[in-house]
Ligand binder design. Structure first.
Ligand code: DX5
Ligand code: ZN
Length: 227
């Protein structure tokens, strides 16, 4: 039987107003479970965002636990520092890692949940064997690098496959989707088996981010029949 307990919403501050981050975080805190922090190095993806020092500041000012999504080269060296900086969940890209098992272990040893992220072109067979080792799998539903892109429906079979394996393992491994999640797409992802949802532009472009998050939660809950 599935161990899914509910849905988790993780607004991404990538496209929030960076000049007023603490207010931007407060706007979503009441209706969210995690704060999703997109770290990009301009090497693994063609965009650059928060440094480790800036990430640490954001972790410090967030009342929500921080879910750090590292879109960086060499995560095997750096991922553990995000756990040490206080991120409660650290996700690194499998495509950038030479030793995922060691990196997963190092993140866990430093008190954070450990997760792997999978780019759209990475096949299920390339990461299936790692599933029992992680606390969460992030199936990207856009090419990583930018907010505001369209949801890739062709990723849904991959989400379904991951869900099948997690259910078979009978382990509480979270299944996250990131990219193009909105009121139009969240039910598709939830129905395919996702239980943890990143949403950037849909939340911060809404007139009321709080109302949008409540709507997203309702849609995800009813699509996964958890209501
Ligand atoms: C993209 C990032 C996402 C981004 C999502 O590479 O990983 O977290 O903020 O933004 P939306 O929801 O606008 O697609
Ligand atoms: Zn992300």
């Amino acid at each position: 039987m599935a161990l899914r307990e509910g849905v988790r919403l993780c607004p991404s501050i990538l496209n929030a107003d960076h000049a007023h981050l603490s207010q931007e975080i407060e706007r979503v805190a009441a209706s969210s479970d995690w704060l999703h922090l997109d770290v990009m190095d301009n090497i693994f993806v063609p965009n650059q965002t928060f440094s480790l020092t800036e990430s640490q500041e954001i972790i410090g000012l967030s009342s929500l636990p921080v879910d750090a999504h590292l879109m960086i080269a060499n995560p095997d060296e750096v991922a553990v520092r995000y756990a040490q900086a206080g991120a409660k969940s650290v996700t690194f890209h499998l495509e950038a890692s030479a030793d995922p098992l060691r990196t997963i272990a190092a993140i866990k040893e430093n008190g954070a949940r450990a997760a792997i992220a999978i780019k759209p072109k990475t096949l299920f067979s390339e990461f299936e064997s790692l599933l029992p080792e992680v606390d969460m799998v992030l199936v990207m539903t856009v090419e990583p690098g930018f907010g505001g892109q369209s949801f890739m429906q062709e990723m849904l079979p991959k989400v379904e496959l991951v869900r099948e394996v997690i259910d078979r393992l009978e382990r509480d491994i979270w299944l996250q989707v990131d990219g193009g999640i909105s009121a139009e797409t969240i039910a598709l992802a939830a129905r395919a088996g996702a239980d943890t949802f990143v949403a950037g532009s849909a939340v911060y472009k809404a007139e009321s981010p709080d109302a949008m998050l409540r709507l997203l939660r309702k849609l995800a809950m009813s699509a996964s029949s958890l209501e």
